[in-house]
Design a protein around this ligand. Structure first.
Ligand code: NAP
Length: 325
């Protein structure tokens, strides 16, 4: 046993010259009998792979959503459309829905050049709308592997006159609608989920839900903080059902929602300058994140709020001790 373990270690070191620390950690496991048994199990697993001369990972498999069915709310425009396009490119059948049925149908026709895509009308602004949208999804599929809760609205106004109805509308779409749609589609997600390959919910949060800077969008910022918290709550609740729940928290991306600030060159340049990385978000920043979370490689990631914001949420004030004031 020991002899084969030693030769296995040599073999591993030869196959994975850059994994010295991991291989040495196995070696250290020989110190006690229990450790040794644990080390041996790990070794056999790893050495078998080395014997078969298999690559550790097939990248196409890690990031594939081949054969999966996805719903992207608000998938005809902006970040939702990027998510839809990314999921189609990675092999999924994608349903897109929002209030403007014609825009969804037109977007789906265009996106069908990449893969199977269907667009239809639906709203998450009220309970009846959510029920109808969930029924429209059920009419199209018995299993839903990927739910991207992307639909969202914002409302900016000065603090002193920030209206009650902004809270009602923003919280209804961004929080209650997201929750109710997830609730109503949960049976389809559970039907699609397995320990080998969980189903997944991806919520669109925001850097505004993390930083304490409302930019006059008070209800929006609070709604996105709620999305982040709900993401973690549902991740815990859905884990035994083999459904992962994560949120993407984007920084500024040029879309219809941010047109008021980023719609012209000067505004875009101002926002890029304010960004720690000196730029706005790009489509691939969102596309890669949604593919990671929905692909096989994301199967053990749940309850994460993934910042896609060029370090905006991580940015600290210049000096916590006031030494540079
Ligand atoms: N752009 C950014 O910088 C940024 C940053 C952080 C987070 N986000 C988030 O990313 C998500 C997408 O926003 P975006 O930037 O791509 O802006 P967008 O183009 O305005 O997208 C919003 C989408 O939501 C849909 N929608 C709005 N109300 C709806 C409702 N009641 N029911 C169903 N769909 C509804 C809209 O379609 P209809 O009008 O047809 O309903 C639209 O497709 C939002 O959740 C947003 O908060 C964006």
């Amino acid at each position: 046993m020991r002899r084969s373990r030693q030769s296995g270690l040599r073999q591993l070191r030869a196959h994975y010259p850059n994994q010295g620390a991991a291989v040495n950690a196995m070696d250290a496991g020989a110190a006690g009998a229990a450790d040794w048994r644990a080390g041996a199990v790990r070794l056999v697993f790893a050495a078998n792979r080395a014997d078969e001369e298999m690559p550790m990972f097939a990248l196409t498999d890690l990031f594939s959503v081949d054969g999966r069915v996805a719903l992207v709310t608000g998938g005809a425009t902006g970040l939702g459309r990027i998510c839809a396009e990314a999921l189609l490119s990675a092999g999924a059948r994608v349903l897109i829905a929002s209030r403007k049925a014609e825009a969804c149908e037109a977007a789906a026709r265009e996106l069908s050049a990449i893969g199977p895509c269907e667009g239809f009308g639906g709203t998450v602004a009220d309970e009846a709308g959510v029920a109808a949208l969930a029924a429209a999804v059920r009419a199209r599929t018995e299993r839903l592997h990927i739910l991207v809760n992307n639909a969202g609205i914002s409302w900016g106004a000065p603090f002193a006159t920030y209206p009650w109805k902004a809270w009602e509308r923003v919280m209804a779409v961004n929080v209650a609608g997201l929750f109710a749609l997830t609730r109503d589609l949960a049976p389809l997600l559970f039907a699609a989920a397995s320990p080998d390959r969980p189903a997944t919910v991806v919520n669109l949060g925001s850097v505004m839900g993390t930083v304490t800077q409302a930019e006059s969008a008070y209800a929006y910022s609070a709604s996105k903080a709620a999305v982040h918290h709900l993401t973690r709550i549902l991740a815990a609740e859905f884990a035994p059902k083999q459904v992962t729940v994560n949120a993407i928290a984007p920084g500024p991306f040029a879309t219809a929602m941010t047109r008021f600030a980023l719609g012209d060159e000067a505004g875009a340049a101002r926002a890029a300058h304010a960004s720690p990385m000196g730029r706005l978000g790009r489509p691939e920043d969102i596309a890669a994140t949604v593919i990671y979370l929905a692909g096989r490689g994301g199967a053990y990631t749940s309850g994460a709020i993934v910042p896609v914001d060029g370090a905006a949420a991580a940015f600290a004030p210049p000096s916590l001790f006031g030494q540079h004031d």
